[in-house]
Structures are given as C-alpha cells and as structure tokens.
Design a protein around this ligand. Sequence first.
Ligand SMILES: [Zn+2]
Ligand SMILES: [Zn+2]
Length: 294
Amino acid sequence: MNSRSPFDSPGVWLKGNLHTHSTESDGARDPDDVVSWYADRGYDFLAITDHRTRTIVDPPEDNSLIMLPSMELDGRDKSFGGEYHLTGIGLASLDRTESGTSLQAAVDQVKADGGLAILAHPNWLGIAPHQVFPISGLDGLEVFNVNCEQGNGKGESGQLWDHVFDAGMSLHGLAVDDAHWHGPDAGKAWVVVRSQTRTAEGVYDALATGCFYSTQGPEIHSFTVDGNVARARCSPVVDIRFVSQGKFGRRFTSENGEIEEAEFVLYGQEKYVRLVCIDREGRMAWSNPVMTAA
Ligand SMILES: [Zn+2]
Ligand SMILES: [Zn+2]
C-alpha cells in the first residue's frame, strides 16, 4: 500500500472538506458563499463537488483557502443494478458528466483526468462489498458522511471499509460534510492532512498517499504499529478502538473519565490495524489502516 504516516512525516497540518454542494447543483448556498463559509472557519482546503459539474471558484483574496477543482459523478451500475456516487478530487479539465451506467467507467474517467476517485457514502447507497471488489483504481471511500448520517443514520461506512480492505483493496477513508445547506450539515466532519507544503499539490499528494486522518472533532496525535504493538495517542476521548479484519482488534474504554492513549499487543493474525477514537459527545476520529507484519 502506497501510504505515508501523517504522524511522522515533515510538514504542516491542514484541515479541509472534500464534499460540498452549491447552487451549481442541489446546494442552497452559492459557490462564493460556500468558499467564504469554510474560509471564515479556518479551513485550509476545500473541494466543491457539485453533481456532474465542476464548479470553479476563485479562492479568497488572502489565499487562505486552497481550492481543489472537483465533481460528484453518479449513475446506476448495470453490473450490480444499484446506484453509485463518486467524488473526483483534483480534476484537471473534466467539466461535466452525464448520469453513467458503470462505476468502473466513472473511476476511469476521474483517473484519466488526474483526480482522486473516492466512493461516496457507500453505506447510505446500500453498496455491498462484492460490488466494490471488482473495481480498480479507487483511491478511497467516505468512511463518514454528515449529510447521510443526518438523513437516515447511515453515514458511517467502517464495516464496508473493513470488508474491502481485508480483501486486499487499499482504500483510504475520508470523513466529509456533503453539505447541501438545507440544514446544519456543514463543518461537522473533515480531513486533516500532513502536507509538505501549504499548496494544492501538497494537499493532493497527502490525500493520494493516505497521509491524513479523518474526524468529527477528536484529534489523533499519534498512531503507530511497531512490531506486534499498536500505540495510539489522541485528545481526551472515552473510547479507543484498534480495528482489524473480522473478530480481531481491541477496544479500550474509560468507566470514569477520559483516556488519551492506549496500547494493544496484536494477537498476530491481524492483516492491518486502523484506529477509531470516540469522545464524550460520540464524535469519532478515524486513522487510515496500517499494515502489520503478520
Ligand atoms: Zn452523493
Ligand atoms: Zn454529494
């Protein structure tokens, strides 16, 4: 897996949202307002992902927000008879698309244009692992989508992530708003990248190599797998989980008070370990998976 750890890489921490709509598709806020909203709240980068159209907006005059030209593609895949949505992040020239008939073709379209192909809210769409297994070229999936969570409680896709990762698909996991601005669906989940430079290229490279974590609030300070020991440090939470395939992994909780670190001696059969931290309010943070020596 072509991954870099964000916790021991040089650079700067940058916060961004990679799924947002505007009035250019079905969002209720115009593109300039969307940019201002995120810039005013200290975000460092943003992808506006209108449906089937690439919305290009000038960044704020002070260049405080790095813009990644992006789009949400969609369609009904004939091979599995279900709907798919795919965000293409960092597109070079793809301006518009039509509703498609193949998830693989959509991924290929994004990759041919230099973008990152992210499977959007798979749990919300009812996408099953066997429908993802044949797809090649995917860079990641949305492990959490705020709009979907608010809609019907199916915003979290960690279980699907484990199934496909266990099967050998090295996907990264992103938490996103998918803000449509009809309700309070903005600013509630984001990605924190460790970027070598404060540039679009740096952010793109960090995203492409998994050099980031995702969160609704908790901060992950460190996550390592050294030999047979996994270690985590984070902001105060009530639940630290080392998640692996199937029955493996381990959970650490606090009965009275909060914890900021945990250490897990692997059973030895874990193929990978990923970290989930949950705070008092139930807000989660997710690391990308780390391969083990097992
Ligand atoms: Zn969607
Ligand atoms: Zn969307």
